[in-house]
Design a protein around this ligand. Structure first.
Ligand code: B12
Length: 319
């Protein structure tokens, strides 16, 4: 495959599948160097980090899991693949994270009884890469101790990952405790134990929706629920935007950028596809999405038409 791939090819399923299969083969055969090489290949080609986590790493681990459950490989093969994946995550983290010391704090953990670390670790790393300080507690944190720790550390955000069906009740208990205290902590949960059981395939950004869907009293609900780390990241980015009383130009640029990114990803469009559709340059669109470039009304109009939304929709945080 040519190294000079275009953005269109990068968003192409064939391209993803090819690199994912290389990564998967390396995991299956215990070849850490090859696994790392395929991730570096994707990075050099400019594949964005969220897609590396979601499409290469998570999908490959799920494939390994299916083989284990079908008795095609042993649990030792699975353990080896999980360890290689954790090493790769450490490699990515050490290359991409440079969190400022005054960044807000998030606590990320799985719940009591749940030993599945990789989903939680991906979310922790996504937050770190996006300038959060993260206390990552790993797996199987006893609820009592977690609650004590939260009181001590007073984070802005608590992220719970639940992979087992039984994790749902643990998430519920912890959230109820937290929402009963005067501390104002945003709580988000996800993980396949919750999203599969409750059939969550879109984001739930209002407590009323979450309450209805999960059958939990609104005041004890998590603040956001989605299976996709990208949407969660957008929600998290908007946490500070939502608190703004008077919106500065800089904040408005951030809100507009985040909204465009959110609506684009909901339509499954790559940056290049949206830029082409709107007759704009991709690098310009990327800077706008990151809140780094001021955008003219005519360019905003083109984008809102491509996204099939009213232009006004782009000015207030959508999630
Ligand atoms: C690897 C694995 C293990 C390893 C874990 C190793 C480790 N260090 O993590 C080991 C061997 C320990 C294990 C044990 C068990 N496992 Co297991 N395991 C898996 C497997 C194969 C892969 C999990 C994984 O890492 N996936 C890759 C990650 C990246 O995906 P993910 O966790 O879904 O995370 C993604 C999203 O869900 C999301 N996400 C996750 N958390 C969060 C949080 C937020 C806020 C957001 C936004 C998103 C998000 O983002 C991630 C990236 O997209 C799955 C099979 C599968 N198809 O998933 C079974 C699976 C999870 N295991 C299962 C079971 C039943 C068990 C055992 C009970 C088996 C047994 N009989 O002993 C034990 C339980 C141990 C325990 N106490 O937890 C079941 C769970 C069924 C259920 N719903 O309850 C599964 C689904 C297998 C199956 N099909 O039955 N397991």
């Amino acid at each position: 495959m040519s190294r000079k791939i275009t953005n269109n090819i990068k968003s192409n399923q064939f391209y993803f599948n090819k690199i994912r299969d290389r990564y998967f083969d390396a995991l299956l055969n215990g070849q850490e160097n090859k696994a790392l090489a395929s991730i570096n290949y994707a990075l050099t080609d400019g594949l964005d980090i969220l897609n590396i986590y979601k499409k290469l790493i998570a999908e490959s681990m799920k494939k390994i899991g299916d083989m284990w459950h079908n008795n095609e490989i042993t649990i030792s093969h699975e353990h080896r693949a999980s360890q290689i994946t954790l090493n790769i995550l450490t490699y990515l983290r050490s290359n991409l994270v440079n969190t400022p010391s005054n960044a807000p704090l998030a606590i990320v953990s799985t719940v009591e009884g749940d030993a599945h670390i990789i989903g939680a670790r991906i979310i922790a790393d996504v937050l770190l890469i996006n300038n959060w300080n993260v206390d990552f507690l790993g797996t199987d944190t006893p609820s009592k101790d977690l609650l004590k720790f939260i009181k001590l550390r007073t984070p802005e955000l608590l992220v719970l990952s639940g992979t087992l069906d039984s994790s749902f009740n643990k998430c519920k208990e912890i959230t109820k405790e937290i929402k009963t205290t005067p501390q104002k902590i945003n709580v988000i949960w996800s993980g396949s134990g919750i999203t599969k059981k409750y059939n969550i395939d879109k984001n739930f950004n209002s407590k009323n929706l979450i309450s209805k869907h999960l059958g939990i009293e609104t005041k004890y609900c998590p603040d956001f629920l989605d299976k996709d780390p990208s949407h969660t990241l957008i929600y998290v980015k908007n946490l500070s935007n939502n608190n703004a009383k008077q919106v500065s130009t800089k904040k408005l640029m951030k809100i507009i950028g985040t909204n465009i990114q959110y609506l684009r990803s909901n339509k499954n469009l790559s940056q290049q596809e949206l830029a082409t559709k709107s007759k704009l340059d991709r690098t310009f669109l990327s800077a706008v999405e990151n809140g780094k470039r001021n955008i003219s009304i005519s360019a905003l109009q083109k984008i809102s038409i491509s996204l099939e939304r009213e232009i006004d929709d782009l000015f207030k945080p959508l999630i």
